[in-house]
Write a protein that binds this ligand. Structure first.
Ligand code: HEC
Ligand code: HEC
Length: 494
């Protein structure tokens, strides 16, 4: 127990069966168990974890992860909207070049990541933060590493317009839809004709207003760019009439909400840790031994005791859903001045697409209420979101900088804790650990037990979806949404 920081469970009850091993402390338990064989390790770990405080923490890891309805998105939970959203997610027509989709960075068969330290588009750097998985994102409180969005649909508006990512202006969206009946028709079926679009329609017009094709009113590439107000796209946006701006923004928001309806269903399947948590809740040591290997069980014990990992990585996503700093040194390609949550919170407050804003379907709801108590002081400088550890074994490399190549490197980082962050300071909860090589391997084994059976996951991983990357499963694909000759995705691989 090398950490000076508070131990959160001073009075953990230790059942008699484990006492002989526990006497000399946790480290002795590990050694003791190993000497006496695997069954004994399993039983001893089970007994320690059965103490009230620890049991609650482990059982919470197995808590419900079913998709939740986002009340700020009227299409959240709607299967038809999700099907259209899925097609949009993999559709490259939603980009300025016609060559990039969400699915090109969040690759289906890489668990919706890109496998790269930092993102690339056509081989060129496309951002200074690592691409996280989209799995379970709908269960998070904040989106992006800095939480600058509080809903999935707010998030999705970003990459569509970002010059580094899909680079499509919202003024272009009407043209994209009018030229893609496979997207336009289901959109109109779901949305009807939204007020902002009806307002610019000519008399007698049915469907999307043809005014959207007019490049004088809807200049190519036009979009608001608060961070680059002199950019041609931003200047073009400023020339647009307010009602045309509202129509273009409505399309952006609606497409983002459809994509979010799809993403909201992407929940990872049951993993060994869930079986272990259930066994612990049912006080069934045999089921527990069947769920985790002795190494993984020992790793779990480390995770919730001297490692103190569970202070941040807690609950069903193994994340407290908030922000922290873990003492990462500067990394190639990352921004050493990245302020993380500090600017993320300010940007969220100023964000027109936040949960309390005019485009939200529940501006008075629960998500909106969180904005009223948003922490915007400098204590969050260079803090980044505590990532979910579900499926973590499949989503290397790690951290917001993508600088740690595998799980062993992550565990080594937490054990050594000898680096200086370029900005801000690391959490006081973190200090070096005196873990042996075997201890570290145990924790890696535990982290591997957080991966589930993707075939059993509700909305992804079904065989039809894993065939071919970046292609919608449904019949909504188009020539431009299919990968160009060769595999475009190869560019996005390490
Ligand atoms: C160029 C690669 C790229 C493209 C294209 C892209 N993303 Fe991402 N995505 C990223 C990166 C990088 C981040 C993290 C950025 C940050 O935190 O600042 C991210 C973050 C996210 C997150 C937040 C996850 C979390 O845990 O915070 C979601 C959800 C997401 N993207 C969905 C999408 C959707 C939907 C699209 C298409 C509309 C899309 N992405 C297009 C690279 C990409
Ligand atoms: C003080 C809170 C805190 C504690 C304690 C903590 N973590 Fe983390 N963890 C984080 C944060 C924050 C990140 C993301 C950091 C970043 O990218 O800047 C992270 C990232 C990770 C990742 C990478 C996930 C990914 O997808 O990139 C793993 C794995 C991980 N932690 C495991 C552990 C283990 C094992 C322990 C215990 C030894 C631990 N953590 C303790 C907050 C914490």
């Amino acid at each position: 127990m090398s950490r000076g920081a508070v131990h959160p469970w001073p009075g953990v009850a230790r059942p008699r069966a484990a006492r002989r091993c526990i006497r000399l402390g946790l480290v002795a338990l590990m050694g003791c168990g190993t000497k006496e064989g695997d069954d004994d390790v399993q039983q001893s770990v089970f007994d320690v974890l059965s103490g009230d405080a620890l049991q609650a923490l482990v059982v919470a890891m197995g808590a419900d992860r079913s998709p939740v309805v986002d009340e700020t998105n009227r299409w959240s939970g709607d299967a038809e909207a999700a099907a259209l959203g899925e097609a949009l997610f993999f559709d490259r027509r939603l980009s300025g070049s016609g060559g990039v989709s969400c699915g090109d960075c969040h690759l289906l068969d890489l668990h919706f990541t890109d496998g790269l330290p930092l993102p690339r588009v056509d081989g060129a750097p496309a951002g200074a933060r690592h691409t996280p998985s989209v799995l379970n994102a709908g269960l998070q409180r904040w989106q992006f590493w800095d939480g600058r969005c509080d809903t999935l649909w707010c998030q999705a508006t970003g990459p569509i317009e970002s010059p580094l990512e899909m680079n499509l202006g919202r003024a272009d969206l009407g043209r994209v839809l009018l030229n893609a009946p496979d997207l336009r028709d289901p959109y109109l079926t779901l949305a009807g004709l939204p007020d902002e679009l009806a307002a610019i329609a000519d008399e007698g017009e049915v469907g999307l207003p043809t005014a959207l094709l007019d490049t004088d009113r809807f200049p190519a590439g036009a979009r608001p760019m608060p961070e680059a107000p002199e950019a041609p796209e931003a200047l073009a946006w400023a020339t647009m009439a307010p009602e045309d701006q509202a129509a273009a923004t409505r399309l952006l928001v609606d497409l983002a909400k459809l994509i979010a309806a799809y993403e909201g269903q992407l929940v990872s399947g049951p993993a060994p840790i869930d079986a272990y948590a259930a066994a612990l809740a049912a006080d069934d040591p045999a089921a527990a031994s069947a769920a985790l290997s002795p190494a993984a069980a020992r790793g779990l014990l480390r995770f919730v005791t001297d490692g103190q990992c569970v202070l941040c990585h807690t609950g069903p996503l193994l994340s407290n859903l908030e922000f922290e700093a873990v003492g990462l040194p500067a990394a190639t390609g990352a921004d050493p001045d990245d302020t993380g949550r500090y600017d993320g919170a300010l940007r969220l407050q100023a964000q027109a697409f936040n949960a309390a804003g005019p485009w939200s379907d529940a501006p008075e709801g629960e998500a909106a209420a969180r904005l009223a108590v948003l922490r915007t002081d400098s204590t969050t400088l260079a803090h980044f979101k505590v990532p979910s550890l579900r499926e973590v074994a499949a989503t290397a490399p790690y951290m917001h900088t993508g600088q740690l190549v595998d799980l062993r490197a992550v565990v080594d980082h937490y054990v050594e804790m000898d680096d200086e962050q370029p900005l801000g300071s690391r959490s006081p909860l973190l200090a070096p650990l005196d873990w042996s090589d075997d201890d570290r391997a145990d924790v890696v084994a535990f982290l591997q037990s957080l991966s589930g059976d993707s075939a059993a996951a509700p909305a992804w991983g079904a065989p039809t979806r894993s065939v071919g990357r970046s292609k919608p499963r449904s019949g909504l694909s188009s020539p431009r949404s299919a990968p160009p000759s060769g595999s475009a995705d190869a560019d996005h691989r390490p």
